[in-house]
Write a protein that binds this ligand. Structure first.
Ligand SMILES: Nc1ncnc2c1ncn2[C@@H]1O[C@H](COP(=O)(O)OP(=O)(O)O)[C@@H](O)[C@H]1O
Ligand SMILES: [Mg+2]
Length: 376
């Protein structure tokens, strides 16, 4: 009876049919800021289970509502221990609600301050989780396109909690292995050079971004943080020369540096694939030195965070706009590295640097269950 009345009320209020499911959930605190809204803790009333609900304002999408449908289509078919699961979704007149498995362990680098000790081997374990999820995606021709620390979250607070990949907001399914994608998209500081140069891109963009995440997790700053001037930045990104400042990289293994160089090759064809990365000695062996990296990571992160705040609003977005000559990117005042796509009018924002985290192990996978005939 109550549900019939509710249904009538929703009809009168011109709410979509699926809005009916909102009453299953009781919303709690905000867990994270999203590009178009926020992610909130919620309780699934029937069994008291906690979930994470990504609330997306339709008004913020500028008419690109199919973006959300694409995100749903991609993520609901993914079954991997290191990828957050979509449990349900519904909409109201003015919002989308995507219900995800709740991850309570925090973002990849958020937890660094809690750690008493962080070694190369700890970093390698985390990076392996990232590559496990990316290898799975790439196997099914899915490119994430927004790999960055904020999109990796720990499943729970336990010490060995798996690291989970989230946010398929700008992911794409490629129709074939060699399809070339052309949308200008990614997050400042993590985006590959071929995206900025609009040379067409594919799976290797995720490897580049993982190279930046790996570098940052070992030293607390981004490899290209010094280059504010657009041409210098592009040259540095295309140089195949990653600088490892001895002040911070002493004692870090050659395997780690080799691994990073192979992720940050300017030519996407020269980069490792995710499968190759998983076989690299830095990820397979116990090569990491035992040096505690935490003091340097924290110091560098804080030092550059201050600098970053000062320059990012003024320079970073304008710089990107000049490089891309993309008129659709507009300035953002956000403090984290928001994603952008040129076709969706997501806003660009500045170079985000990294902050390291805990450890994780994948525990098996199943292939995606794709309904037939959906493409990118
Ligand atoms: N399943 C989840 N559990 C806990 N926190 C989450 C979950 N999904 C996302 N978050 C938090 O919310 C933030 C924004 O979510 P995300 O899907 O990345 O949105 P956006 O596309 O707007 O970046 C994440 O960076 C993370 O901190
Ligand atoms: Mg995100």
């Amino acid at each position: 009876m109550a549900s019939a009345i509710r249904g009538m009320w929703h009809h009168l209020a011109q709410q979509p049919e699926s809005y009916e499911r909102k009453h299953y959930y009781t919303f709690g605190k905000v867990l994270g800021a999203g590009t178009f809204g926020e992610v909130r803790d919620a309780v699934f009333n029937p069994d008291g289970r906690h979930v994470a609900i990504k609330v997306i304002k339709k008004s913020a999408l500028n008419g690109n509502e199919e973006m959300v449908h694409k995100e749903i289509e991609i993520v609901r078919n993914l079954h991997h221990p290191n990828i957050v699961k979509l449990l349900d979704w519904f909409e109201s007149k003015d919002k989308y609600y995507l219900v995800f498995q709740l991850c309570t362990g925090g973002e990849l680098f958020q937890k660094i301050m809690d750690y008493g000790h962080f070694t190369e081997q700890d970093a390698a374990r985390l990076i392996r989780c990232g590559f496990d999820s990316i290898a799975y995606l790439h196997k099914y021709n899915i490119v994430h396109r927004d790999i960055k620390p904020e999109n990796f979250i720990f499943r729970d607070e336990s010490e060995g909690a798996p690291l989970m990949l989230a946010d398929f907001g700008i992911a794409r399914i490629m129709k074939s292995d060699d399809e070339v994608l052309s949308t200008m998209c990614g997050s400042m500081g993590y985006v590959a050079p071929e995206v900025l140069l609009r040379q067409g891109h594919g799976k290797p963009v995720d490897i580049w971004s993982m190279g930046i995440v790996t570098f940052s997790s070992l030293c607390g700053y981004s490899p290209f943080w010094r280059f504010e001037e657009p041409r210098a930045l592009m040259l540095a990104m295309q140089s195949d020369n990653v600088e490892f400042d001895e002040r911070f990289w002493w004692g870090i293994s050659d395997h780690a540096k080799d691994f990073i160089r192979r992720c940050l090759r300017a030519n996407p064809q020269d980069r490792m694939t995710a499968e190759e990365a998983l076989k690299h000695p830095w990820l397979t062996g116990e090569h990491g030195a035992a040096r505690d990296l935490l003091p340097d990571v924290i110091q560098n992160f804080n030092a550059r965070a201050t600098l970053r705040r000062a320059v990012m609003k003024i320079q970073a977005v304008n710089r990107m706009r000049r490089i891309s000559q993309d008129k659709s990117l507009t300035e953002s005042s956000g403090s984290s590295s928001h994603s952008f796509t040129s076709d969706s009018h997501r806003q660009a924002a500045p170079v985000g640097e990294a902050k390291p985290g805990g450890e994780a192990k994948p525990d098996g996978e199943a292939g995606p269950s794709f309904p037939g005939g959906w493409g990118s």
